[in-house]
Design a protein around this ligand. Structure first.
Ligand SMILES: [Zn+2]
Ligand SMILES: [Zn+2]
Length: 447
């Protein structure tokens, strides 16, 4: 039997990776412009971390977590979301002593045992950020702004922010009492999950997707109408901030989010084209979590965006570079001079393709055209003896003979290389994201 990928996981093949890299690059540049720094936490943690933070009663923890025992019998879990690990790390490394807010971002794989469907996989990837240590609605607005900008900068349109507040401890507990009162005589009409939620996590009844639950909730009180003055003011200020940025938003009184740790302003960014799994990014404020996890009382706000969903929305838009060069040669095996040129091009950060087996020139140029190369360099023993090389413009199909010694410089001049200064969004000019990393380390010819 041939071994295949595990259900709910998939390979991200080279043909798709350029889109992932472009998205990652755009996100990094954007998050760093907003003064967030990357943090990389382990893929697995003690299972208790998520039980304590995300909440025992949430679907994520009660049904969807990959829990396993290691050889010493420790109960571990593959991380189902990003915030819990960051909070753990914040406390473990005494980050409260740093200048606040501590602004952190992450990207990577997460794991939930769910029924796989379009936009939902068991290994999925997220980009997220957390601003920890200051309670200021400007940060809430900033987080919403960033979660809108990441997909927008990639060219995804028609995004909408659904906004709500689930209040503070005081107004929320008052509201929950009112909600329970409203639902008391309707419990039998609610779905089985909501019957359970009625005693464990009544707020979650509000965002149940079952029609019988929607029916029974919609004429009841909403949290938005029952906020205390302070919480109402924070929601309204957030609204003012995001509308000043021209962000398209709507108050959604039934929005509560699936995790227990949220407090105050919460949001989802949705795209209608995604169907049932329409949330591109989501987040909100979680002012009690750090204290609940054993740290000092510390306010925080954050978001996470689903990479697979953004990739789906990008469809077949290509982020592949057409700034590569094809080195074609006529006389086999490869002469040292050709090998030197090949290496010099690459050391200068020029994406260079070639053949490693004997092929006709026609065949090589065909490959160059097919792989969207911008130029071809053609040389055989004839050119080598003269110290020249033929430069072929693959767009115009014109060619000229140039000095072999000038080849690298000419190519460099005509192919825009990405440098770290070129931030943000260098992919827009068709440059492969992976050039980005090497530019500083490039060796100049002759050095
Ligand atoms: Zn309140
Ligand atoms: Zn329900």
């Amino acid at each position: 039997m041939v071994v295949k990928t595990v259900r709910g996981t998939s390979d991200i093949l080279p043909s798709d990776v350029s889109t992932w890299q472009a998205l990652e690059l755009v996100s990094r540049n954007l998050l760093e412009a907003y003064d967030y720094r990357e943090i990389r936490t382990p893929i697995f943690e003690q299972a208790g971390l998520f039980q304590k933070s995300v909440g025992e009663c949430t679907d994520i923890v009660s049904k969807e977590m990959y829990i396993f025992s290691d050889k010493k019998g420790r109960e571990l879990a593959l991380r189902p979301e990003g915030t819990a690990s960051i909070v753990r790390s914040f406390i473990e490394h005494n980050m409260h002593t740093q200048t606040l807010p501590v602004k952190l971002y992450y990207m990577g794989p997460f794991f939930r045992y769910e029924r796989p469907q379009a936009g939902r996989t068991r290994q999925f990837h997220q980009i997220g950020a957390e601003a920890i240590g200051i309670e200021d609605v400007t940060l809430d607005a900033e987080i919403i702004d960033i979660s809108m900008q990441i997909p927008s900068k990639m060219g995804i349109k028609n995004l909408k922010v659904m906004l709500n507040s689930i209040g503070c401890k005081e107004c929320r507990s008052k509201y929950v009492k009112r909600l329970l009162g409203h639902l008391k005589n309707r419990i039998k009409k609610l779905c089985a999950d909501c019957n359970r939620r009625y005693s464990t996590n009544p707020l979650r009844i509000l965002d149940c997707k079952k029609s019988e639950c929607i029916q029974n909730v919609k004429d009841g009180p909403t949290i938005t109408e029952n906020l205390c003055a302070k919480c109402r003011n924070k929601l309204e200020t957030t609204e003012k901030h995001i509308s000043s940025l021209g962000i398209n938003y709507q108050i959604q009184p039934y929005l509560v989010r699936g995790l227990d740790y949220y407090t105050g302003v919460i949001f989802e960014i949705i795209h209608s084209q995604l169907g049932a799994q329409n949330v591109v990014a989501a987040g909100g404020r979680y002012d009690n979590l750090i204290e609940q996890m054993g740290g000092k009382p510390t306010p925080a706000v954050g978001f996470a965006a689903g990479i697979e969903r953004m990739i789906m929305l990008l469809g077949d838009r290509s982020f592949q570079s057409n700034n590569s060069v094809y080195l074609a040669y006529l006389d086999f095996p490869m002469h040292e001079k050709v090998f030197e040129l090949l290496s010099a091009l690459r050391k200068n950060g020029i994406h260079t393709k070639t053949t490693y087996q004997e092929k006709t020139l026609k065949n090589q140029l065909k490959t160059a055209a097919k792989s969207n190369c911008r130029f071809s360099l053609i040389l055989g023993t004839n050119e080598l003896s003269k110290g020249t090389v033929i430069l072929r413009d693959m767009k115009t199909s014109t060619q000229e003979e140039i000095k072999l010694d000038n080849a690298v410089a000419i190519i460099k001049k005509n192919i825009p290389l990405v440098s770290p200064e070129a931030k943000p969004s260098p992919f827009k000019v068709g440059i492969k994201a992976d050039h980005f990393v090497d530019v500083n380390k490039m060796i100049k010819p002759g050095s």
